[in-house]
Design a protein. Structure first.
Length: 724
C-alpha cells in the first residue's frame, strides 16, 4: 500500500474575530485532517482557538449541506427535496427576474460576517444586487456604533498595534472578554501581566477575562459613557493630562472640559453603581502609569448611548498622550488601515441610477419590521415596495436578528421568495424556498483584512468542494446567468477579484503586489510602531476631535455625552417597574454568534441555554441554582437554566448566546427578548439595552419541550435614499 499524499496549505480563519488567524491545513489524499495555527504568522504564533482548531469537524459534519434543495412543506417546517443546480438556478432566475423587472427594490440581500473574506462577502454578490437595482442592506448589526464613534473622533477604524501590548504597564480591558473573543490579544496581555502590568476589566459581568484581571469594575450595563466622562473630569481636575499633546494634536479640549465638569465622582458613582473610590483609583492609575493601553470591544456599544460611550472612552488616550508610546493608546478596530478597494470589488456604478439615485436602504436590525410591513405608506411614511424576495448568505437572521418573533413572522410569509446560501440547515434555512450549499473556508479562495492586527492575508483552498457545494461568488454568477444578466463584471474569476481587492499603490502596502501576497500568504502593512505619536489622525482636522467637526456639520452634539439606556429606570421608570432586571447576551465561549452551535464537541460544553443571576435577585424570586426559569418581557419569553453566583452584578442577568432556536429546549433564544431599536450613532443594534423579569419555570409546564431536529429533512430521492 502506498503512503498517503500529504500536503500543507496555508489559509486564514474567516470568522468574525479580531485575530484573523493564519492557518496551516494538513491534507491527506484530498481530505483535510488537521487545522493548526501558523507559527510563522506573528499575530497567530501557531495557536488557534478551541472553535477553529476543530474546523475539520465542522467541514465534514454529518449534517453538511451537499446539494441544492427545494422546499416541499410549509415554511419553517424544514422539509426539502434535492434538485439539480440547473433546476435550482432556473427557479431562482425565473422568480427573481420577474420581480426585478417589475420592482427591483422588492429584492433584498441579507448578509453579514459568516465569513469575513472580501470576495465571498460582497464582491460578485454586491455587483449583482447593484446591477439589478435591489434594495441595499445597512449592515450595522455588530460594530457600526463603535465605527461611527471612531470616525468622529479619529477619522476611522484605527488604533494601536496589538504587537506591543505586552509592553504596556496598565491595560484597561473595557467591554471585552478576550479570553473568549480575542485569544491572541489575551496572550499578550498575560505576558504584560507577567512583566508587572496591571490589568483592569470594566464589564457589568465577571467574565472569564474579568476574573483573571487584578481588578474588576462591575458597572451597570449601558453606563460606560458616564464612567469615561468621570475619568475625564478627574484627569483634568487633578492635572494629569498631557498638555503638550492636547494643545498640538486635539480639537475641542475646552468644550470637552466643560462637559466633563458635569460629571463629578459622586454623580458617576451613583449612575454606574460603583464605589466612588473605584472611579478615583481608576482615573489616577490611567493618568499616572505609562504606557497605558485600552482594549475596547463592541459589548459596550450595544445600548442606546453606545456610540457616545465609545467616543468618550476614545478621548482618553489623547488626553494623557498615551499615543506617544507604541504600547499606549487604544485598540477597538484596526480595519481602517487596510487599503481595501471597495469600489472595485462592489462596483456601485453598476446601479441603473448611479450616481444620482440609489436604492432604498433597509437597516438589517429592522429585518422583522421590513418583512412584516405591507409596503407603501405606513403611518404616513412611504416605505416603498414590500419586500418580495430575500437572498440570505453569510448570516442566520432568524437566530441572530433582534425581536425574533417579528423576524420569524416575516420569514414565514408564503409569498416571500427566500434563497439561503448555507453550510447547514440553520434556523433561517428552515424558511428557505431554495437552499443552496456553499463552500467553507477550506474549499474556496479569498482575501482578508483584520480588525485586530495590521496584516492583509490570502486564503488558498485546501480541498475540493464537498458534494455539490459552490463558493458564494460562483452561486451569484450562476443566478445572474439564469436571469439573463451577461455583464462581464459579474463573471470575473475569484483570482481576478483578488487582484482588485487592495489598492496596491497605497503607501501602506509598502510596494507589495498581488503576486507577492499570493506567494507569501500575508503582508504586514507599512505602519510606524506608534502611528499617532505625533498626531496625524484621519479626521478632517488631522487631530483627535474631542468636538467632532463632522457631527457639528450634521447639526448634532459634537461632544461625547452619556445617554442612558432606553430600557432603564433613568429613561423609563414605568417599564423598569414591570421588568426590573437588565439582560445582556454575549456569545458563549465556544460559539461565535450562531456559528459552531451545531458542532457536537463544542455543544457538549454548552448543552443548554443558561442564565447567570446574582444570589439576591434569585432569592427574591425563589430561584435556586440549577432551576429552570422563564425570562420574559413584552416582546417574548424563553426558558433557561439558572446559574446563581457572583458573575452577574445585582440587577443584571446574563444569558450567554446564541443557540439556534431549534436546538434550544423551547425553540427560542435570547433574541426573543431583544429590541429592534437602534443606537445613537451608526444605526447599530442595541442588544444589551433590554429589561426583563425572571420567574421559576411555571408549574405544570414541561421543563423540556420537544426540540426540532437539526438535520436536514429531505423528501424524495433527488430615486432617492430611503430608509426602513
Amino acid at each position: 500500500m502506498s503512503s498517503p499524499a500529504i500536503t500543507t496549505i496555508r489559509g486564514v480563519c474567516p470568522h468574525d474575530c479580531p485575530d484573523t488567524c493564519a492557518m496551516k491545513v494538513t491534507v491527506e489524499d484530498g481530505r483535510a485532517t488537521a487545522v493548526r495555527g501558523d507559527p510563522d504568522h506573528p499575530p497567530t504564533q501557531g495557536v488557534l482557538c478551541t472553535k477553529v482548531s476543530r474546523y475539520t469537524e465542522r467541514t465534514y459534519h454529518r449534517d453538511r449541506l451537499r446539494q441544492p434543495m427545494r422546499r416541499v412543506g410549509p415554511k419553517g417546517e424544514g422539509r426539502f427535496e434535492p434538485i439539480s443546480w440547473d433546476a435550482a438556478l432556473a427557479l431562482a432566475g425565473e422568480r427573481l427576474g420577474e420581480i426585478a423587472r417589475r420592482a427591483p427594490e422588492a429584492i433584498l440581500p441579507y448578509s453579514y460576517a459568516g465569513t469575513m473574506g472580501l470576495l465571498q462577502t460582497e464582491s460578485i454578490a454586491a455587483r449583482f444586487f447593484n446591477l439589478i437595482g435591489a434594495s441595499r442592506l445597512d449592515r450595522t448589526i455588530c460594530a457600526s456604533a463603535g465605527a461611527a464613534a471612531l470616525k468622529h473622533t479619529y477619522g476611522g477604524n484605527v488604533g494601536m498595534q496589538v504587537d506591543f501590548i505586552e509592553e504596556s504597564q496598565l491595560i484597561l480591558i473595557w467591554g471585552s472578554n478576550p479570553v473568549a473573543s480575542s485569544l491572541h490579544f489575551w496572550t499578550r496581555a498575560q505576558e504584560a501581566k507577567r512583566r508587572g502590568a496591571r490589568l483592569i476589566a470594566i464589564d457589568p459581568y465577571r467574565s472569564l477575562t474579568a476574573e483573571k484581571c487584578h481588578e474588576h469594575i462591575a458597572l451597570r450595563p449601558g453606563t460606560d459613557g458616564a464612567l469615561a466622562l468621570g475619568m475625564i473630569h478627574l484627569l483634568i481636575a487633578q492635572d494629569m493630562i498631557d498638555e503638550d499633546y492636547v494643545a498640538r494634536h486635539t480639537l475641542g479640549f475646552a468644550a470637552l472640559a466643560e462637559r466633563a465638569r458635569q460629571w463629578p465622582p459622586a454623580r458617576v458613582a451613583a449612575v454606574c453603581g460603583i464605589p466612588e473610590r473605584q472611579l478615583r483609583d481608576l482615573a489616577h492609575a490611567y493618568g499616572t502609569v505609562k504606557p497605558a493601553s485600552i482594549r475596547l470591544n463592541y459589548g459596550m456599544q450595544r445600548a442606546y448611548g453606545g456610540g457616545n460611550a465609545v467616543r468618550a472612552v476614545a478621548c482618553l488616550p489623547s488626553l494623557v498622550g498615551a499615543w506617544r508610546h507604541r504600547a499606549g493608546g487604544m485598540l477597538l478596530s484596526t480595519s481602517g488601515y487596510a487599503p481595501v478597494d471597495t469600489f472595485a470589488l462592489q462596483r456601485p456604478d453598476l446601479h441603473p441610477g448611479w450616481p444620482d439615485r440609489q436604492s432604498r436602504i433597509i437597516n438589517m436590525n429592522a429585518i422583522g419590521d421590513a418583512l412584516t410591513h405591507p409596503g407603501g405608506r405606513v403611518d404616513g411614511q412611504d416605505f416603498g415596495p414590500a419586500v418580495e424576495a430575500v437572498i440570505v448568505y453569510n448570516s442566520n437572521p432568524v437566530a441572530v436578528a433582534p425581536d425574533s418573533r417579528k423576524v420569524v413572522a416575516g420569514f414565514a410569509r408564503e409569498d416571500l421568495f427566500t434563497i439561503v446560501l448555507e453550510h447547514f440547515q440553520t434556523d433561517t434555512a428552515d424558511y428557505a424556498d431554495l437552499l443552496l450549499p456553499a463552500t467553507t473556508q477550506l474549499e474556496h479562495f479569498d482575501v482578508h483584512k483584520a480588525y485586530g492586527h495590521t496584516y492583509v492575508m490570502v486564503n488558498q483552498p485546501s480541498i475540493a468542494p464537498l458534494g455539490e457545494a459552490r463558493p458564494n461568488t460562483e452561486i451569484f454568477r450562476g443566478i445572474a446567468r439564469a436571469m439573463g444578466l451577461d455583464h462581464p463584471l459579474l463573471q470575473e474569476s475569484d483570482a481576478m477579484l483578488g487582484s482588485q481587492a487592495l489598492r496596491w499603490s497605497d503607501p501602506l502596502m509598502g510596494g507589495a503586489d498581488w503576486a507577492r501576497l499570493q506567494r507569501e500568504s500575508w503582508i504586514r502593512l507599512a505602519l510606524p510602531d506608534a502611528p499617532f505619536a505625533e498626531g496625524g489622525f484621519h479626521t478632517p482636522s488631522g487631530k483627535c476631535e474631542f468636538a467632532s467637526s463632522t457631527l457639528a456639520a450634521e447639526g448634532r452634539d459634537p461632544l461625547p455625552d452619556y445617554l442612558p439606556p432606553r430600557e432603564s429606570a433613568e429613561a423609563d421608570p414605568a417599564l423598569a417597574a414591570r421588568y426590573p432586571l437588565a439582560m445582556i447576551s454575549p456569545p458563549a465561549r465556544n460559539f461565535l454568534n450562531s456559528t459552531f452551535v451545531n458542532v457536537d464537541s463544542l455543544r457538549k460544553t454548552e448543552p443548554e441555554p443558561h442564565l447567570d443571576m446574582h444570589p439576591d435577585d434569585a432569592a427574591a424570586r425563589g430561584i435556586a441554582n440549577g432551576d429552570p426559569v422563564r425570562v420574559f418581557n413584552d416582546r417574548g419569553s424563553l426558558r433557561a437554566r439558572a446559574r446563581v453566583g457572583d458573575r452577574a452584578r445585582g440587577g443584571l442577568v446574563v444569558g450567554l448566546s446564541i443557540w439556534w432556536r431549534k436546538l434550544a429546549p423551547d425553540g427560542r433564544n435570547a433574541n426573543e427578548l431583544t429590541s429592534q431599536a437602534l443606537t445613537d450613532l451608526g444605526g447599530s443594534a442595541s442588544f444589551y439595552d433590554c429589561l426583563v423579569e425572571v420567574e421559576a419555570w411555571p408549574a405544570g409546564r414541561s421543563a423540556s419541550p420537544a426540540v426540532k431536529p437539526h438535520a436536514p429533512s429531505i423528501v424524495g430521492s433527488e430615486g432617492t435614499r430611503r430608509h426602513i
